[in-house]
Design a binder for this molecule. Structure first.
Ligand SMILES: Nc1ncnc2c1ncn2[C@@H]1O[C@H](COP(=O)(O)OP(=O)(O)OP(=O)(O)O)[C@@H](O)[C@H]1O
Ligand SMILES: [Mg+2]
Length: 490
């Protein structure tokens, strides 16, 4: 790709960017949220049309005007946000738009099912290909995206944050697949904010910043620090910003014997004022389920919840909000953002009553709040009326966090707060968390990233199989202990 330029209304997303992919290589694209990584790859995949520049495939100048053109040239994309059709089956999704036909002209469902079954077997997935996509977990859906791309016999496969919702086991599996494809001469573009993955699986890394090409390095010859300085254009000094204050013994939230049939059992814990209580565990351990119960999204069958020593009833999210709780969910697309609505709407939706003055919306106060959050979290958007769906993935996450910060919660529950968020924004989110606890807010943080849990938490609750298997105090927290209790040790 040569001197690729792409403009959206109000956004110069790509400024004369160069990118080269060699057969059989895994080439990472790295850059902060909004740097232009997905856009560059959408140009290659025929989803966006370039304004200027040239694309050469095997040395031959090629025009890619739509997705079909891209597929004809052996290019397929595994998208950052899942784009499968929920009510269609696995097989139908894999073959969408290229269904094999019988002589009679009807769709050959048998062949579709047979082949899909084979693909699923190849990937060690024991699922019926007739299952509707909507019934699968996010991780499984992501695996189907990967299968779909691989099934095209592509020569170029683009993976845009393929691991953001996979477990370690699934990641290992994906890496095995990548190595197989590599041996077959497939070139792969790998986009991820997880630096350790880049060192494991990529051959070269191209860094972008603000829509510009910064440089390409050989993975073996570079370092974490060097990449970060290329990405953000400066050294990041303090990453895990955490001030430890005199520990308060005041209990703000206490959960006694909570049970949700078949999901959660014997849940007992306490959250103290001004602390960060980390929740660790393997995928499916019940962490998000627990938070959904506390926030009134799901019901629980037994147990009592106390806030500031008072027994409270939480029947729905409004009860939770009125009791000072806020919950930033893990899946921003399904449980959070209105992608078709502007940034300001998405930030203020939960607090509109605060803006109501004499039954009119106080637009001045609203604007001020929105701009505060845009600045504070460095949300990259041309203005507050941009549709959230047009923001980059990481910036969407920041909008969601702003919405809940705007409710001025006493207890903030963050579920995977930095998923898909770049290093700079991670540091910003950490320092906001730190500031909040200094202001007396108490935080529950679910995270699958152990360094994040270890470096930020005052205490860590480890869950396994729907139970809290251990609560570790500050001086007991270690990677080994967390893994031990997460995998069923007690
Ligand atoms: N359809 C669109 N309309 C308008 N602006 C867009 C559109 N798609 C992307 N942008 C803007 O282009 C810029 C680059 O976005 P892009 O999604 O390529 O970033 P990214 O590097 O993939 O970031 P992330 O790591 O957060 O996924 C951003 O400023 C984004 O808001
Ligand atoms: Mg992206």
């Amino acid at each position: 790709m040569n001197k690729i330029t792409k403009k959206f209304p109000g956004v110069h997303a790509l400024k004369s960017v160069d990118f080269e992919l060699i057969a059989g290589e895994v080439h990472a694209l790295l850059g902060e949220n909004g740097a232009g990584k997905s856009t560059l790859m959408k140009v290659l995949g025929g989803i966006h049309q370039l304004n200027e520049g040239k694309i050469r495939i095997n040395g031959i100048e090629t025009e890619i005007n739509n997705v079909k053109d891209a597929q004809k040239n052996g290019i397929s994309i595994i998208h950052q946000e899942i784009v499968l059709v929920p009510y269609l089956s696995i097989a139908e999704n894999i073959y969408l738009g290229r269904e094999p036909l019988l002589k009679s002209g009807f769709i050959d469902f048998d062949t579709m099912l047979e082949n899909s079954k084979r693909f699923l077997d190849d990937f060690d997935l024991n699922i019926d290909p007739q299952t509707p996509i909507g019934k699968l977990t996010v991780a499984q859906q992501q695996m189907i995206e990967i299968i779909k791309a691989v099934s095209f016999d592509s020569k170029i496969i683009i993976m845009d944050e393929p691991t953001s919702s996979l477990t370690d086991k699934e990641v290992d599996f994906l890496f095995k697949t990548i190595r197989n494809l590599k041996a077959k001469g497939v070139g792969m573009v790998y986009i991820s904010h997880r630096m350790n993955e880049l060192f494991k699986i990529t051959d070269r890394i191209t860094v972008m910043r603000d829509g510009e090409y910064i440089g390409t390095v050989v993975t073996k010859e570079t370092s974490n620090d060097h990449l970060i300085s290329m990405m953000v254009g400066r050294e990041l000094t303090s990453f895990y910003n955490r001030t430890y204050i005199e520990k308060s013994e005041q209990s703000v939230l206490k959960v006694v014997n909570l049970k949700r049939k078949g999901v959660l059992e014997d849940i007992n814990f306490e959250l103290k004022k001004g602390e960060i209580l980390g929740f660790s565990g393997l995928m499916g351990a019940g962490r998000s389920e627990l938070m959904k119960c506390l926030f009134g999204i799901d019901i629980f069958h037994e147990g009592t919840v106390f806030i500031n020593g008072q027994k409270i009833m939480i029947k729905n999210p409004n009860d939770a909000i009125n009791n000072g709780l806020a919950y930033v969910p893990e899946n921003r697309k399904e449980q959070g953002l209105f992608l078709g609505k502007p940034v300001d709407y998405n930030i203020t939706i939960k607090i509109l009553d605060k803006f109501m003055k004499f039954f009119r919306v106080d637009h001045h106060y609203e604007d001020e709040q929105v701009h505060n959050y845009i600045n504070e979290l460095s949300i990259k958007t041309p203005n507050a009326s941009q549709k959230v769906g047009n923001l980059s993935g990481g910036n969407q996450q920041k909008v969601l966090i702003s919405r809940w910060l705007a409710t001025k919660p006493k207890i903030l529950i963050l579920d995977e707060p930095t998923r898909g968020v770049d290093v700079g924004a991670k540091a910003e989110i950490y320092s906001i968390m730190n500031r909040l606890i200094l202001e007396g807010v108490s935080i529950i943080m679910i995270s699958s990233e152990l360094p994040e849990i270890i470096n930020l938490s005052d205490r860590v609750a480890v869950m396994s199989n729907g139970r809290i298997s251990k609560i570790l105090n500050k001086d007991e927290i270690s990677q080994e202990k967390i893994m031990y209790y997460a995998t069923g040790g007690s």
